[in-house]
Write a new protein. Sequence first.
Length: 179
Amino acid sequence: MRADARRNYERIVATAREVFFEHGVEVPLDDIVKRAGVGAGTLYRHFPTRDVLVEAVYRQEIEDLAARVREITKELPPEEALHEWMRSQVAFSIERSGLAAALKAAIDEESETFQYCKTMLREAITVLVEEAKAAGVVRDDIEAVDVMRLGHGIGASAKYADEPGRERLVSIALNGLRP
């Protein structure tokens, strides 16, 4: 991809991300075009359908989430990193539920995008879990997918809970992971 085309692609994804979170994924694509400062043809060259754009935004979100896991793993001791990750995943699940629902409605769970996102996140969380095991702060039988499912489940169930309520749920889950 040419440098200018790459910049346009990235600008459209970043703008769509903002607009989707402000107004939902059903926002008119013209709103994204205007805010991104590109022409409609540029948007449709990169993203022939809304679903393709939603997919690109979701991929970026998961890449950022995986990068966050890697950051906290480097910055914090294993137990604190696990706690911070769980908070981040719960917040992600709550804040991005509309995006995830739109994506699930648009593409098959066996698609390349879903597989890519699962793999990227699972690899990052595996490092976090293995470091927590080595530090003796989680049970030896815990796997990355267990932590992912817990965080997602808490996010889904705590959507309308206040912050202290979410924190209690995270604390309960983390206590269940301890040896």
